[in-house]
Design a protein around this ligand. Sequence first.
Ligand SMILES: [Zn+2]
Length: 258
Amino acid sequence: MLATLLAAKAAIISIWFALFFIGERLARADSRPTSSARLFKNFGMWVLLMALSVSVVAPLTAWGANQLLWVRSEWMTAAGVGAALLIIDLILLDCWTYWVHRAYHKVPLMWRVHEIHHRDEFLDTTSAVRFHIGEVVFSALLRLIPISLLAIPLPTVILFEIILFCLAVFHHSNLKLPSGFEKALSWVIVTPSIHWIHHHAIREDTDSNYASGLSVWDRVFGSKSPHERHPNMKIGIEGIEDKGFLALLVAPFLGPGR
Ligand SMILES: [Zn+2]
């Protein structure tokens, strides 16, 4: 079952990524050039990430989904609340992801790995796959907490991962959207205008707009930036430059960049 779910996940995210990768090259929101070296670096991170996902993260998640500390009552299924539970599980996982992301910014040791994602000095679909392998494993370990405590079924977790990936590709993308459409959408989900602020090379903005799926979390928990995305805003980390592929891999072990 795990192999089937992973195959479906790989197919869906590949198609989604390809569509946005092409789309953002046809309709660019930010017209600044980006180097092919940067693209190769980000794709290199994705290759490591995929290898780790199949070999470590997926088996770990499947194991966690079997460690049910709180078994759901049968009356829930009998009462036909399965679909409602699915929605509730997805919302809870999204809220969990918000707080984990916030912790990556506030806990110095966690920031060391998350910093690799933020060092990217431009944003597009490839930024969504640029994460240090340490962050991927640590996030998977942390996610075992809600999965096992709330007995969230494995297919729900995989569905959440697919949705999260698709939304991450969307809100990192450099795709130009009609402003009225994006403004309306931003009330429900995180759009590029919201997430680009999170990558603005100003500490105050970097430490805001943590939501990944539903945009409501930043409004509820008081972390919404008051600033708006503007053309040519500097992307990255204030006072810190990006590094080469191998330097990024070892950077978390050498100390904090900020
Ligand atoms: Zn961040």
